[in-house]
Write a new protein. Structure first.
Length: 197
């Protein structure tokens, strides 16, 4: 069977409303009245920057580093056959304290028996357990709230969406896995920081 040729149709124009249409005038009047109300009730709120931030440098960060670990970071560490504590120390060249929240452990428990190795690693005695007071077990929101509350943590995650959210929070370094080793961004003094040109 051959292909049928489609001929182009000429002189097709999108139908538009004329400028004198009564519907446009009604919408314009409503928009003008609405804009006046919005401008009067608009209140500007600017968050106060934490006193520990000095330009891009966070003075609260210092050895021993406290590192908040996400669920997928543990899974990718297992896949890349990395010992979490040793690889963190190699990256930062200092003592590291891995911290795991209740939400992360809850997510690992929900994932089932396939992730029991990751759950066993998360419950290791070398990891500090942080309790959560909020409802639900969604770890991304928990980590973002905890970091915004106190900027003394480094967040370890491989989730691109969470990393995008954390980049909006100033003074929070992000650790992730790249080329079978840990890499950290926003921390110039670290050994695992990506080198520029």
């Amino acid at each position: 069977m051959g292909k049928t040729k489609k001929t182009k149709k000429f002189a097709l124009v999108k139908r538009t409303l004329s400028t004198k249409d009564h519907r446009l005038k009604k919408n314009a009047a409503q928009a003008a009245a609405g804009n006046l109300k919005k401008h009067k009730s608009k209140v500007k709120h600017i968050e106060q920057a934490p006193s520990a931030l000095f330009f891009a440098h966070n003075e609260q960060l210092g050895p021993p580093y406290q590192i908040l670990i996400d669920t997928n970071f543990i899974n990718f560490s297992i896949q890349n056959k990395l010992d979490i504590c040793r690889a963190m120390m190699d990256c930062l060249l200092a003592k590291c304290i891995p911290c795991v929240t209740d939400c992360v452990i809850g997510e690992l428990e929900k994932l089932g028996p396939r992730y029991k190795v990751a759950l066993r690693i998360a419950k290791d005695h070398r990891f500090r357990r942080l309790t959560c007071t909020h409802k639900g077990t969604y770890a991304d929101d928990c980590l973002c709230e905890r970091v915004q509350g106190s900027r003394c943590y480094i967040v370890a995650t491989c989730d691109k969406d969470l990393r995008r959210r954390l980049r909006k929070v100033p003074g929070v370094p992000i650790m992730y896995i790249s080329q079978h080793k840990y890499t950290i961004e926003r921390m110039v003094e670290a050994f695992g920081a990506p080198r520029s040109g």
